[in-house]
Design a protein around this ligand. Structure first.
Ligand SMILES: NC(=O)c1ccc[n+]([C@@H]2O[C@H](COP(=O)([O-])OP(=O)(O)OC[C@H]3O[C@@H](n4cnc5c(N)ncnc54)[C@H](O)[C@@H]3O)[C@@H](O)[C@H]2O)c1
Length: 298
C-alpha cells in the first residue's frame, strides 16, 4: 500500500514502544490515527502528541484481550472515520520462567493479550475491509500482526511468551492464505523483531496476580532481557520505520534483526532431519553453562 495520505490507521498498544512510534509515523504520513491502549495516562499523552502532529485522532482505552472492547473500537473507528486502511495488532506483553512455573492465570492472561488480542483485531476489522474491497476496486488495506523472533525460535525460559508468539505466526500465515482466497486488496504482514528496549521490560505491571513473587528463573530471565535491551542496537523507532516500509512494499515478513535469523534455519533442519532441537545458544559459547549454573545455584 503506497499511498497513506488521508487514510485511517488503527494501532493497538499505541501508548508506548513500537505502537507509539508506528502512530507517530502514521500521523506524519498524513493518516488519521485511532490509537488504543489499556493504560489511560500514556494513551492521553499520545493523543495530545498525535493532535499536535495535525492528525485527526481517536484515542480509546481498550483491553485487546476483551472481544467486546475490540468490537467497540471497530464500531467507534467506523463511526468516526470509516473503514481503516491500516490495522496494526501490536499490543502485547512479556512473560518468562521455566515452562512449569507460570500459573494458569498467567497463561490465560498472556495468551489473552498476545494471541486473542490479535485474533480479536482481525475478527473486528477484516469483515469491514472485505466489504469495502468488494464495493470499490480502489480500496486497499494492510494488516500488521506483531509477533516476535520468539514466534520462530524457542529460547529457553520463555515458554509462555514463545507459545503466544508461535500462535500469532501460525494465525497470521493462515490469515495470509485465507485473504488470498478472497481478495488481493487486503494484505497482511507479520512483524518479528528481536530484543528492543521498550516498556515491555515492565510487563509485570500487567500481571494478573500482583501478589505473586517472581521465581528465580523469572528473575533470571528479566535480568537477561534487561541486559539484551541495554545492548540492543535497534530502537523502537527503527522497528516502526521498517514496518511502514514493509507495508508500503507489501512484504510479508518484517525482520528487524537479520543477524539473528540463523536459528530459524537450524530449527527447520532439525525438523526435516528428525533431530532433537539444537541448543539455540549454540553459537554463543558459555550462555547455556551460565544459565545452568544460575538456575542450580540461585
Ligand atoms: N520490545 C521487544 O523486545 C519486542 C520484541 C519482539 C516483539 N515485541 C512485541 O511488540 C509488541 C509491542 O511491544 P513493545 O515492545 O512496544 O512494548 P511496550 O510495553 O512498550 O508497548 C506495549 C503496549 O501495549 C499495551 N498493552 C498491554 N496490554 C494490553 C492490553 N491488554 N490491551 C491493550 N493494550 C495493552 C501497553 O500498555 C503498552 O503501551 C508486543 O506485541 C511485543 O510482544 C516486542
Amino acid at each position: 500500500m503506497k499511498n497513506l495520505v488521508g487514510k485511517v490507521a488503527v494501532i493497538t498498544g499505541a501508548a508506548s514502544g513500537f505502537g507509539l512510534e508506528l502512530a507517530r509515523l502514521a500521523a506524519k504520513a498524513g493518516m488519521s490515527v485511532v490509537i488504543s491502549d489499556i493504560e489511560a495516562e500514556p494513551l492521553s499523552r499520545a493523543e495530545v502528541e498525535m493532535k499536535s502532529l495535525g492528525a485527526p485522532t481517536l484515542a480509546m482505552r481498550v483491553d485487546v484481550a476483551r472481544t467486546d472492547d475490540v468490537q467497540a473500537l471497530a464500531a467507534a473507528t467506523l463511526a468516526r472515520f470509516g473503514v481503516p486502511a491500516l490495522l496494526i495488532n501490536n499490543a502485547g506483553m512479556a512473560a518468562g520462567g521455566l515452562a512449569w512455573e507460570n500459573t494458569a492465570k498467567e497463561w490465560d492472561h498472556v495468551m489473552g493479550v498476545n494471541l486473542h488480542g490479535v485474533v480479536n483485531g482481525v475478527r473486528a476489522f477484516v469483515p469491514h475491509m472485505l466489504v469495502a474491497a468488494k464495493q470499490s476496486v480502489d480500496f486497499e488495506a494492510h494488516i500488521v500482526n506483531v509477533a516476535s523472533l520468539a514466534g520462530l525460535q524457542c529460547m529457553p525460559l520463555m515458554s509462555l511468551y514463545n507459545t503466544s508468539k508461535f500462535a500469532v505466526v501460525g494465525f497470521t500465515e493462515t490469515l495470509f492464505h485465507d485473504l488470498a482466497l478472497m481478495t488481493d486488496q487486503v494484505n497482511v504482514s507479520v512483524l518479528c523483531p528481536g530484543v528492543v528496549p521498550t516498556g515491555i521490560s515492565r510487563s509485570e505491571r500487567f500481571a494478573p496476580d500482583s501478589n505473586l513473587q517472581a521465581t528465580p528463573s523469572q528473575q533470571l530471565v528479566r535480568t537477561l532481557a534487561d541486559q539484551g535491551m541495554a545492548q540492543s542496537r535497534v530502537s523502537a523507532a527503527d522497528v516502526a520505520k521498517q514496518t511502514m516500509a514493509a507495508v508500503s512494499e507489501n512484504r510479508y515478513y518484517v525482520f528487524t534483526h537479520p543477524e539473528e535469523l540463523h536459528n530459524i534455519r537450524v530449527r527447520a533442519d532439525d525438523q526435516l532431519q528428525g533431530r532433537r532441537p539444537t541448543d539455540p545458544f549454540a553459537s554463543l559459547p558459555g550462555v547455556t553453562a551460565y544459565l545452568k549454573k544460575a538456575l542450580h545455584t540461585g
